[in-house]
Design a protein around this ligand. Structure first.
Ligand code: NAP
Ligand code: HSE
Length: 430
């Protein structure tokens, strides 16, 4: 069989591990694909930089156009990251008849429609298993295995860096900054780690998951997003005392003809399957009409796991080239989803109030919740001597009603401050 010729854009954490697997497992992959697979061109920013895989000077270039414009290349693997020039390079590759594999969730969550439309027009495959959940197979299951079902909800821990940080803070008492530095050293974090800790990376992944799950396009800017930068060790300890763990969750669910999407830190009951997902692991919990509940678990970041997913896409495309076939289209990118406004999203909250310990305080606090139709599920008072702490958990109510309640509480003379508040997910109510 003729060799399948691959061009690599980027040879960092993901690209480097991809190159290593393609080299180390060449015979096995050739047998699976039906043809040998060879990386014939690699573009990097700095060819002199020391890296884990050795680059062949004869195939290495600092000019990405050398890959895109090489007429002999059949598959371009984009592992550079960022919006530009990645978007332009991918579109040029597609228009010149090359298949594309990308791990770039930011690009797909922003310009996925444009890229997949171009792929349809040119009759090429664009695959992106590595863009969500690192090494977890989740794109193919949503696109193919669940094609006969109706997905109702997707809830996941989809960012390895933040899960690693929250696990370290909870289990070893490590600082936020120390855990983030370690995640960067291990190759988990994005080039700009604020994408991880501010929740944007998780939002980009949720946009991809929601688009595939519900068959209508969700983009990153549709998603109300909060990261973990305001989560404190005290929040994590308080959650632990109440039987919860703190996780950065990404949630997408259908609401009639609309789609509700959100990314934020949340308290999950310790008994919830996602609560046990530690360290760099990710998990995606899917609820569908007929199959019921499914969970996909695995390493969500890092070179080798992510490259496992990239190589699976390369093999799929190589098989298509050999057989003359095409991969199933990624439905959902041709139309936009109707999004539930954030104020109408139904949530529960855990709220900690610092209050004066005097008659009538509890009634005033309860009144603020009642005035906005937010029902209280549990309340606990701690402390005494002039000052007390009230810890409340609400029943499901809209974000808007909760926000109005918090505004009213802040205006009460007897409430010194809202010391902490966090959404609660994964209970039978939410
Ligand atoms: P990385 O380690 O920073 O690697 C980026 C690579 O792209 C480097 O080799 C860099 O060259 C090269 N590059 C950047 N700009 C270039 C340009 N203009 N021309 C030529 N080469 C250029 O990043 P990464 O962690 O591998 O991430 C790559 C992509 O995979 C991103 O989209 C990321 O979101 C995604 N991803 C990453 C992970 C993970 O765990 N790291 C997991 C899933 C998905 P130099 O080496 O010379 O600097
Ligand atoms: N920075 C990302 C994460 C890489 O930590 O999950 C995997 O997409």
């Amino acid at each position: 069989m003729e060799t399948i010729r691959v061009g690599l854009l980027g040879c960092g954490v993901v690209g480097g591990a991809t190159l290593r697997i393609l080299r180390d497992h060449a015979d096995e992959l050739a047998a699976r694909a039906g043809a040998p697979i060879e990386v014939v061109r690699v573009a990097v920013r700095d060819p002199e930089r020391r890296r884990e895989v050795e680059l062949d000077p004869g195939t290495t270039t600092r000019n990405a156009a050398d890959v895109v414009e090489d007429g002999s290349i059949q598959i371009v693997v984009e592992a550079m990251g960022g919006l530009e020039p990645a978007r332009d390079l991918i579109l040029r590759s597609i228009r010149s008849g090359k298949h594309v594999v990308t791990a770039n969730k930011e690009l797909l969550a922003t310009a996925g429609g444009e890229v997949l439309q171009a792929a349809g027009t040119s009759g090429v495959d664009v695959l992106f298993e590595a863009a969500v959940g690192g090494g977890i197979p989740i794109i193919r299951p949503l696109r193919e295995s669940l094609a006969g079902d109706r997905v109702r909800k997707v809830m996941g821990i989809v960012n390895g860096t933040t899960n690693f940080i929250l696990t370290r803070m909870a289990e070893t008492g490590e600082s936020f900054a120390g855990a983030l530095a370690e995640a960067e050293r291990l190759g988990y974090a994005e080039a700009d780690p604020s994408a991880d800790v501010e929740g944007f990376d998780a939002a980009a992944k949720l946009a991809i998951l929601a688009t595939l799950a519900f068959g209508s396009g969700v983009v990153a800017t549709d998603i109300p997003t909060e990261g973990i930068t305001r989560v404190t060790s005290e929040d994590i300890a308080a959650a632990h005392d109440l039987g919860y763990v703190v996780k950065l969750v990404a949630v997408a669910e259908t609401a009639g003809q609309q789609v509700s999407v959100r990314v934020h830190p949340a308290m999950l009951p310790r008994t919830h399957p996602l609560a046990a997902v530690r360290d760099v692991f990710n998990a995606i919990f899917v609820e569908a009409e007929n199959v019921g509940e499914l969970m996909f678990l695995g390493r969500g970041a890092g070179g080798a796991p992510t490259a496992s997913a990239v190589v699976s896409d390369i093999v799929e495309i190589a098989r298509n080239i050999v057989s003359g076939g095409r991969s199933p289209a990624s439905a959902g990118y041709s139309r936009r989803a109707a999004i539930v406004p954030q104020e109408e999203t139904l949530v529960r909250y855990y709220v900690v109030l610092s209050v004066l310990d005097q008659p009538g305080v509890l009634a005033a606090v309860a009144g603020a919740f009642a005035d906005h139709g937010v029902s209280i599920s549990s309340v606990r008072q701690e402390g005494s001597d002039d000052q007390a702490t009230l810890v409340l958990i609400t029943h499901l109510a809209s974000e808007g009603r909760h926000r109005a309640t918090f505004d009213q509480l802040e205006g009460l003379d007897t409430v010194k401050e809202i010391a902490s508040k966090m959404r609660v997910e994964g209970t039978t109510e939410a």
